[in-house]
Design a protein around this ligand. Structure first.
Ligand SMILES: Cc1cc2nc3c(=O)[nH]c(=O)nc-3n(C[C@H](O)[C@H](O)[C@H](O)COP(=O)(O)O)c2cc1C
Length: 181
């Protein structure tokens, strides 16, 4: 297998494609921003820790630091246009719930709303920031569309498949679920 060299910066493109999330933050005037760089980092007895890499210039960064809460909302493919809008506009200038028509709904354990149209939600409390913009969150509640989850994602229709950002304007979605022996 012949390999080509990548710059360290472009190396992120090889592992970029975990599901894109739409992060909500704030409470009275909540905001939404799109994040490809998110991942689980620990499973504990009654909780889990997730990481979110957010540019400290983003409006959402200030809301997360101010309120100490955020929610990772997982969109299906049918929300790709909203993912782009929330990832290319700032809550400093517009109300993204109004602009997109997405529905804020009450969360179970935090004051920050969920996005009703998303297929899953991970509610987090700010835990730590080991370097600027690397936010660790403790999961305090989570929920998922009943018919799309059976031990893990079990999605048939393309409109509900998770969105994976390959970098730039490129996205993909997972193929069939495969069960190992
Ligand atoms: C597909 C996609 C993925 C993105 N992933 C991230 C990310 O992981 N971290 C980040 O800081 N910004 C990311 N962005 C950029 C922010 O979503 C964007 O700058 C947004 O406008 C910030 O909004 P805010 O100022 O309202 O917080 C991404 C944008 C897109 C379109």
């Amino acid at each position: 297998m012949k390999k080509i060299a990548l710059t360290p910066v472009n190396s992120t493109r090889l592992i970029n494609h975990g599901p894109v999330v739409m992060v909500t933050s704030g409470a009275d005037k909540p905001n939404i921003f799109t994040a490809a760089w998110n991942m689980p980092v620990a499973r504990e007895e009654n909780s889990a820790i997730v990481a979110l890499a957010i540019n400290p210039d983003h409006y959402s960064y200030h809301l997360i630091k101010e309120h100490g809460q955020f929610v990772l909302n997982i969109p299906g493919m049918e929300l790709l246009d909203m993912v782009i809008i929330c990832g290319s506009t700032s809550g400093r200038e517009i109300d993204k719930f109004k602009e997109t028509g997405l529905t804020p709904i009450k969360a179970q354990a935090v004051d920050t709303p969920l996005i009703g149209e998303c297929i899953g939600h991970i509610e987090c409390i700010f835990e730590d920031e080991p370097r600027p913009g690397l936010i660790l969150g403790r999961v305090v509640a989570a929920s998922v569309a009943e018919d799309l989850f059976d031990e893990c994602w079990k999605i048939e229709e393309v409109k509900n498949r998770t969105i994976h950002h390959l970098g730039g304007k490129y996205f993909s979605y997972p193929a069939e679920r495969v069960i190992s022996q």
